[in-house]
Design a protein around this ligand. Structure first.
Ligand SMILES: *Cc1c(COP(=O)(O)O)cnc(C)c1O
Length: 371
């Protein structure tokens, strides 16, 4: 996608905030625990390479991605630290992963058998993290028999397959009720008990686990959303250390006009002014990830909340202004403006989703500016 470098819309990313969040999480770890920065999905919209470099400067020991290509992009940027691919990937790509020194989550014997053959032909070896499905129901071994078979297979083919880790993922670490978390934790112990030799990394902590279950097992945190300064639970649990949100989303007024009473605004003429009103146009729309359903929400201009009127278009939307403002006046969609704030959580609440999705939806067209 073309990046809108010449447009008046930008996402401003504070790498200082990323570093603060990573360093704070590291300061809470116990001896022998490491932290991998989760930079999948373009670092949750923040830009993968700059975020990865900032996280590394702040002490991250490695990285997690979701897909092979993200891992390759990190390698091509010069990163030499461990990179773990968390998602399920085609076994036919085993040699590709091995050549880029990417570790991969594996949850089936089928993957191992197919990969082993290909690796043997190419004289390569692949680092494996055994995924254990302890209750998330997404990927991984679900019982001791299947896991045992996989472990035996890896041992038998230790020239091609190196067991570097074993891990699970919690589905309710951000919930106030610990019951299901504990159930998953017990299942993890039962499954890990199968492994006679313990791999280098044993891990189960995402951001929420690290925040609210600090006695988690293992020696590695996979830090995602909290690195970006957002509370994993949204607004369910409000006790956190001081997370600093890293991203603000800004634009500018590019058209300002006074319309008479009875003027309609936007596609479908869904908004009609009840009196003479000042209307501004903001150059960001749903093609940038500012969802169409944000109609009726607010943005910040000159420290005041201004309503989005009419439907959000693909590339622009309109706001009702309290008075005439100059062209070029800053419009804050996410972040701080003259002492007032709109958070990613505010946006998510209005859009009836989670801030993770709001962040990932900011498309490549919006330039990321780092400070
Ligand atoms: C995405 C992901 C994470 C990071 O989760 P956060 O809630 O953003 O911390 C950790 N582990 C796995 C397996 C993931 O898929």
């Amino acid at each position: 996608m073309v990046i809108g470098r010449h447009r008046n819309t930008r996402a401003i990313i504070s790498l200082e905030a990323i570093k603060h969040n990573v360093a704070t999480q590291i300061s809470k770890l116990k001896d022998g625990q490491s932290l991998f920065a989760v930079v999948k999905a373009n670092a949750y919209g923040h830009g993968m390479i700059p975020v990865a470099k900032a996280a590394k400067e702040a002490g991250a020991n490695g990285f997690c991605v979701a897909i092979i290509d993200e891992g390759i992009a990190l390698r091509e940027s010069g990163i030499k630290d461990p990179i773990l691919i968390l998602g399920v990937n085609p076994a036919s790509e085993a040699v590709c992963m091995a050549k880029h020194d990417l570790s991969v989550a594996v949850g089936t014997l089928e993957f191992l058998t197919e990969a082993q053959k290909l690796l043997q032909e190419e004289k390569q070896s692949l680092k494996i993290h055994l995924a254990l499905d302890t209750g998330m129901g997404r990927i991984g071994f679900r019982n001791t028999e299947d896991l045992k078979e996989a472990v035996d297979f890896i041992e038998k083919h230790s020239d091609q397959l190196k067991c570097e880790g074993v891990f699970t993922h919690f589905s309710t670490a951000d919930s106030k009720d610990p019951a299901y978390f504990e159930k998953q934790s017990q299942k993890f112990d039962e499954l890990v008990g199968v492994l006679k030799k313990k791999p280098k990394y044993i891990h189960q902590a995402n951001s929420a686990t690290a925040l609210w279950h600090p006695n988690f097992e293992g020696n590695l945190v996979r830090m995602g959303i909290s690195m970006y300064g957002l509370n994993p639970s949204g607004d369910v649990i409000d006790e956190t250390w001081n997370l600093e949100p890293a991203l603000s989303l800004e634009s500018e007024l590019v058209a300002v006009k006074e319309v008479e009473a009875g003027s309609s605004i936007g596609y479908g003429a869904t908004y009609t002014s009840s009196q003479s009103e000042w209307i501004g146009t903001v150059p960001i729309g749903y093609a940038d990830g500012w969802l169409r359903r944000m109609q009726g929400f607010k943005v910040l201009i000159d420290g005041q909340y201004c309503e989005i009127v009419g439907r959000v278009c693909m590339d622009q939307f309109m706001v009702r202004l309290p008075k005439k403002y100059d062209l070029g006046t800053k419009v804050t969609l996410i972040g701080e403006n003259n002492g007032k704030v709109i958070t990613a959580q505010d946006v998510a609440n209005y859009a009836d989703t989670i801030h993770y999705e709001i962040m990932c939806n900011i498309t490549e067209r919006v330039p990321r500016i780092y400070k």
